[in-house]
Design a protein around this ligand. Structure first.
Ligand code: COA
Ligand code: AMP
Length: 636
């Protein structure tokens, strides 16, 4: 089909209010908005001001009321527990209404926060929707985060209630969640009133009387709750993400703009039709899980597949294709790292060809930069379009990509294609001016941002301005750098801050440095992200020991690795920690992390003119080579 992209994109920028008002008609509103875009308090812009709706109603009850109650809403496929469960829209609505009643019975009111710390079980999706139903604000914390990270989120969000489960399952390891939860609550200053705990048969949690409630017993006594109309501008959820410091940022998502934008994307970006089957191979703890396991597919009336497993090892690299065959999946969304893992285990695609994949029309990749070789391999083996697209926790949905529903544009490997309707994308130089085609600069979005983008940070308007809006007045700085080519194609190359992407997980090296520096023998440290064939990037630490320290180096480095896993989580595990005499710095004392990264990655590098002492880089190079962590260096 000829692409209508250009026309639709132009209209979205020339008449944003008309464009998004039309998109909003697809949803049920309890009260229509007074203003599509409220611009009265820049730089804070609000979509659908004055409007009232309920996100859960639009994602569940609306479909039942429209006669689609028997359509399957959610398929839970868990190779790690040998379980497949299906919930129709009518069943899911009933389950969610009961859970909402149980949450409310714990004194949770509209606007109160609820933390969800759960593995990939359907109850996690139900928990999110149940909060939305009664206007409570959920904050899902990824199960791979350790207790101190959970404690930091408890203290920031101040939840009345926590929803959790006894355990998660990592391939064949049972990870008990309850001890982590107890530890986090003990560490936090804020004390939630209660915890509702789902007991899984793989590991039963000990429940503390008076605080912990058994999920099933509590639900058995609960009265179902109806949907509450909330302001379109009220928060639906807070999702914490890594920033440039160890303190996570509470990304706020509102109800109205979010529902309108996600519903729009399902058709016009992902090219789906209601009733089709969609699978996002992510985790509910990440933004992809929020937007495309739960809200997007359900708002649009799709069947969403929730997968508790890994792309390889549960049991093998054929699991995605087995699910495509079993559930007749029409589109898959996953991270490039999953594909690199599949390619590593099944290089010839033998497992790909073992299953009937005739339903699968498109593969979407996002979460990290995708190397062109992986895309080319996926295209060759699957023989379907492979669509790379770029977005962030902050945006909530795709900012640049190839809009399948508007008619695909030709693909250029290495590019995420073009800005998506709603996003006024610019590549800016240090002076804030637009750069020429091909010139690398900061990727920024002209304000106001599209609906669904984070309107602010939780209880931190000033931090929102400082983190995103101060650098380029009138623009949101994405913290990604890249360029636009002469055809308008966007290339996202690298982060401009300390955020790294490890197996599609967004992590802050600054946060890791805070942990490493807390080791009693460490005087100074630096953590950098080095490239990794499977995970894209992995963190690597350099430590300078305090003078007079007698602890053997290997003991310190071992303890440092353990500390990072214990304080942040296994997903942030350092590849190694190397003891060095000194860290390379500029004369003004700035650690030359970029140069160290280039040395490790074998990229061309030149001696920074401002370096304090050039000899240190030789030591770093030597340590990296000794540890087998340096690719051959091409010195410029
Ligand atoms: N709860 C507890 N621990 C978790 C966890 C969770 N929810 N998720 C990951 N972990 C642990 C893992 O068990 C592993 O621990 P280990 O080092 O002790 O073995 C560690 O964190 C690292 O996990 P991960 O980064 O997932 O690496 P892996 O080697 O287990 O798997 C892939 C590699 C590529 C298969 C895996 O990263 C993957 O499936 N990625 C898909 C991408 C994705 O989901 N991205 C999300 C954003 S779209
Ligand atoms: P997160 O907030 O966890 O979704 O991570 C967002 C970051 O991941 C972005 O700012 C990018 O650095 C990176 N990212 C996501 N998708 C892509 C992509 N398709 N290409 C390049 N980088 C990406």
């Amino acid at each position: 089909m000829p692409s209508s992209y250009d026309e639709v994109y132009r209209r979205s920028l020339s008449d944003p209010e008309g464009f998004w008002a039309e998109a909003a008609e697809a949803l049920d509103w309890d009260k229509r908005w007074d203003k599509v875009l409220d611009q009265s308090r820049p730089p804070f812009y609000r979509w659908f001001a004055g409007g009232r709706l309920n996100t859960c109603h639009n994602a569940l009850d609306r479909h039942v009321l429209n006669g689609n109650g028997e359509r399957v809403a959610l398929i839970y496929d868990s190779p790690v527990t040998n379980t497949v469960k299906r919930f129709t829209y009518a069943e899911l609505t009933r389950e969610v209404a009961t859970l909402a009643g149980a949450i409310r019975a714990q004194g949770v009111e509209q606007g109160d926060r609820v933390i969800i710390y759960m593995p990939m079980v359907p109850e996690a999706a139900m928990a999110m929707l149940a909060c939305a139903r009664i206007g409570a604000i959920h904050s899902v914390v990824f199960g791979g985060f350790a207790a101190p990270e959970l404690a930091a989120r408890i203290d920031d969000a101040k939840p009345k209630l926590i929803l959790s489960a006894s355990c998660g399952i990592e391939v064949n390891r049972v990870i008990a969640y309850k001890p982590l939860l107890d530890q986090a609550i003990a560490m936090a200053t804020h004390k939630p009133k209660a915890a509702l705990v789902l007991q899984r048969p793989q590991c039963l949690a000990t429940l503390a009387p008076g605080h912990d409630l058994d999920w099933h017993e509590t639900l058995a006594q609960a009265q179902p709750a109806d949907c509450v109309a909330v302001a379109a501008t009220d928060p639906l959820y807070i999702l914490y993400t890594s920033g440039t410091t160890g303190v996570p940022k509470g990304i706020v998502r509102d109800n109205g703009g979010h529902a309108v934008a996600l519903n729009w994307t399902m058709r016009y970006f992902y090219g789906m039709e209601p009733g089709q089957v969609y699978m996002a191979g992510s985790d509910v703890g990440w933004v992809v899980g929020h937007s495309y396991i739960v809200y997007g597919p359900l708002l649009y009336g799709l069947t969403s597949v929730m997968f508790e497993g890994k792309p390889v090892g549960t049991p093998d690299a054929g699991v995605y294709w087995r699910m495509v065959q079993d559930h007749k999946i029409n589109a898959i969304f996953t991270a490039p790292t999953a594909f690199r893992a599949i390619r590593r285990d099944d290089p010839d695609g033998v497992l790909i060809d073992k299953y009937d994949r005739s339903s699968l029309a498109t593969l979407f990749l996002a979460g990290e930069r995708c190397d062109p070789a992986t895309i080319a391999w996926a295209e060759a083996k699957l023989k379907i379009p492979v669509i790379d697209h770029w977005w962030q926790t902050e945006s909530g949905w795709v900012m640049a990509g190839n809009c399948v529903g508007l008619g695909r544009l030709p693909v250029k490997h290495g590019s995420v294609t073009k800005p998506v309707p709603g996003w006024d994308l610019h590549v800016l130089g240090p002076d804030g001016g637009d750069l020429e085609a091909g010139e690398i600069g900061a990727i920024a979005m002209k304000l106001p941002l599209a609906p669904g983008a984070s309107p602010t940070l939780w209880n931190a308007d000033q931090r929102f301005i400082d983190a995103y809006l101060r650098e380029f007045p009138g623009y949101y700085a994405t913290a990604d750098a890249g360029y636009i080519d002469e055809d308008g194609y966007v290339y996202v190359m690298t982060r401009t801050d300390d955020v790294i992407n490890v197996a599609g997980h967004r992590l802050s090296t600054g946060a890791m440095e805070e942990v490493v520096a807390a080791h009693p023998d460490v005087a100074e440290c630096a953590v950098i992200g080095i490239s990794d064939q499977l995970k894209g990037q992995v963190p690597l630490g350099f430590v300078v020991l305090k003078s007079g320290t007698n602890t053997p180096h290997e003991v310190v480095t071992r303890e440092v690795l353990v500390l990072v896993r214990e304080r942040i989580g296994a997903v942030a595990g350092l590849r190694a920690a190397l003891v060095v005499e000194r860290l390379p710095k500029t004369r003004s004392g700035k650690i030359l992390r970029g140069t160290m990264r280039r040395i490790a990655d074998g990229d061309k590098w030149s001696m920074p003119a401002t370096i304090d002492d050039p000899v240190i880089l030789e030591e770093i190079t030597g340590r990296l080579r000794e540890a087998g962590l340096a690719k051959p260096v091409a010195e410029a």
